[in-house]
Structure formats: structure tokens, C-alpha cells
Design a protein around this ligand. Sequence first.
Ligand SMILES: Cc1ncc(COP(=O)(O)O)c(C=O)c1O
Length: 495
Amino acid sequence: MKSRIEKLEKLSRQLEPVRREREMLQRLALNYSNQFLDEQAAAPAYTPYEKEMVNALLDDDIPEEGVPPEDVVKIFGDNVVPPGLNLTSGRHFGYIPGGGLSSSAVGDYLAAVTNRYAGVYSSSPGAVALETRMVNWLAELFGYPKTSGGYLASGGSHANLTAIVTARDSKQLKAVDFPKAVVYLTAQTHHCVARALNIAGLAECKRHYIEMDDQFRMVSEKLNEAISGDLNRGFIPWLVVASAGSTDAGAIDPIADIAKVADAHKIWFHVDAAYGGFFMLTESGKRLLEGIEKSDSLVVDPHKGLFLPYGSGALLIKDSKKLAYTHRFEASYMNDTRVEAGMYSPAEISPELSKHFRAVRMWLPLKIHGVSAFRAALDEKLLLAGYLWEKLNEMDQIETGPKPQLSVVMFRWNPDEDESVNDRLNKKLHQLLLEDGRVFLSTTQIEGRFYFRAAILSARTHLGETDTLLSVLKEKAEELKKNLKYGARSYSNPS
Ligand SMILES: Cc1ncc(COP(=O)(O)O)c(C=O)c1O
């Protein structure tokens, strides 16, 4: 048996390369990363792709014997990374960008190498303390008290789900109550909230959509009326979700007013600040988010406003005991881990147990760049959005949405009098922009009308990138007009 073990050890030790081999692989990865980052200033924001070529990865051979690392990094660089949206580009204006700081990637590397067990204090007290420090820093930023708590999640969808489940338990809703339970939100609320309700077993729960003003913000008086009306009809109002930066329009609901209504009716007040939350670091953001400290829970995404790589969300709950109650568990093999730590372990207050050592990707950039660099970048993005909105207003045939409250600018191109023709032309223009690839914009429908959205939140978006967006937009609209013989109305059915 011993000789067999020794034989296997020889083979299994391939998994622990010696320093020279490690350095070779690290050098390969570093060379690739630095080349990739150096190219970003000129790299496309979007690369059109053939599905068949991308899906060939499904047949990628997983070899019985290892292959040279150069070959593997080449597949990654040639086939995996290029197709589709380049989320690292400063000319990525779609959805909600962030960019991904290279310093954060180094944090991830250190986290993975040391592989600390970030879920449990007794195993990795340093890792848990670091995550708790990040959560406490967020709590201080948003004016939450010392009794608050939370954890670093994979993103806003995950964090919103946990907030909803905690609110459900805190309000002691039982399955029998669900058909009468009511959640208040708006048509601008991110879809992950409705999905979280479904996942949380609350699919039957009534969703009461509250009217918005002309800037897509919830009207708090209407919320009050809706709650009173529902109470009179025997329903159970239990949760209101405000957006602090809606994805479509960047709208911020009147947080302080909603807090008063929620408090008066004793319903849970949750703020989805996944996109807008980090603007709290700026003076104007602080004013816009006034009252956020009155919420019972909030979600903020470091992979948006702190420019971290994807996979970084955060949940804060004002009363951390509620989070612990929802995530309570019994497991004999975990009894040794119950130590008096002076802080919760993430495994006690979140759905994860063996958890990614996520704090390092946030802590390292905050430490080495300092908060002032993030504040400046966020102020810059707010100003860039105002600049873009003004420039778009100066352009012929461009209709802009409301003046941006944060950093999302909505607009559409109206070269014709016929709305449906314009809708089709805007879609065609979007297609041309995708084929060109210098800039990436995503689109949305507001009350049935097509809009482009330019979301400015990549760390790499500056004045130059914003000007490129404007010039590419002009160029492609002109090209489309020419191709469609604009003026002769021959574009009325573009295909
Ligand atoms: C306002 C808002 N909430 C929630 C989410 C979902 O967050 P994630 O993509 O991190 O799951 C997003 C994503 O863009 C968002 O903008």
C-alpha cells in the first residue's frame, strides 16, 4: 500500500508546482494581463461574434495529461475574452459599468493564493475581521448604527434576495399570509427584486407599483395612499423598495419621504442602492441620498461604484440580529466554530459557508489608492454625465431624457415625425454601433418607447471616451441617414 501511495504522491505533486514553475505561469499571466490592460485605450468596447465560433469552447478538450501553459493562456486570450462586450473598456457605456480595477485583481490573487476561509472566524479570524471591517466602513458611509451588520455578496441580485428574506422573517410573514402580503415598488425597480420575491417563496405576494413623477421617481404621497388603501381592503403591507439609482434612468426615489411613510405604517424599508450607493462618497451624492440611513436594509455594489471586478455586492441590515435569525443553522460538525469573536462570521449571517475571500479585492484598492481617488472618480462621472447630456441636447434630432440625477443619460434619435419609424431607426443605429464596436451602449423601453442609455461609471471613462461616444454617434447617425437616403422617406421600412 505504501509504495502505491508514494507513486500517487509523485503524480499528485504535479498540482504543487515548484517556485520556478510557479514563476513561469505567473509571468505568463502577468504578461498577458499587462498587455491586455495596455491595449484598453484602443481596444474595441464591443466585438461582434459568430455564435458557432464561441460555442466551440463547449468542445474544448479537458486533457488527461496537462498541456503547456502558453497554449492554455493563448486559448483564454484568443477565444474566451474577445467576443462580445468588453467590460474593461472606458467606452463601455452599457448597463451599469464599473471597469474592474487592476489593483483589485491583485487582491483577488492574494485571496486565492492564501485561500483563507472567509466564512468562519474560528478558522480565519483575519479574513472575517477584514470582511467585517469592509462592512463596517460601508455602515459608517451610509450612517447605519453599530448594531447594523451585513456581508459581502456576489452582487446586487444576491444581496437583494437576502434582504427580502430577512424582511420577510422580521415581519413574521408565514405562507398563509403571502397572498395578502403587499410589496411597494415602481416600474423602475430592478427586476432582481421581483425575482427575489419569487425565489423567496413570495410569488403570490401582491406587487403594488407606485406612480412615478416625470423623472421616474416614486411619488411618496401615492405610496402613502396605496398603503392605506391596501390596509382598508385587508391586505398586509410589509415591504417598500426604493431605488437609489434606478438602472434604466438613474433615478433616485425620495428616500427621506419614503422612510417617513414606511415608519408611519411600520413596514420594512429597503433601498436598492446597488448602482447609486457609492455616490454617497461625494457631496452631491450625499444630498441626493439623504435619508438613506433611515432604511432597514440597503444593497450596494462595489463592482459598480467602487469599480471592482464583477462578483462584488454588499448587504447592510440595520439590526444585524435579524440577519442572524434568518440564517440560523444547526450542524454538529460546526460546534467547534462557535467562538466568542466579537463579530458575526459571514457564515452566520449569509447563505454561504465556504466563502470567497472577497474582502481583499475591496480592501486592497481602498488602502493603496485611498478614498479620495474614488471620490474624485465618482465626482468626475457625475460631471461627465451632465456634460454628455448637454452635448446631446445641442445635437440635431436628439431627444434626451431628464437631466441625469446620477450618471445615466437617456436619449433617442428622432429624425422622422413618425415614432415607429424612429424606433426602427434607433434599433438600426444600435446595430451599427455594435458592428463598429468603438463604443457600447445598451438600450431600454420606457412606456413603450425605445431609448439609448449611456451609463457612465467605468473607472476608465473620462472626457476623451465621452467625446468619442458623441463623435461615433454622430458619424453612425449620418451614415445611416445616407444609406437610407434620408429625405426621400425611403427608410420607412429599414431592414
Ligand atoms: C439598481 C440595481 N439593482 C440590482 C442590480 C443587480 O445587481 P447584480 O448585477 O450585481 O446582481 C443592478 C444591476 O445592474 C442594478 O442596477
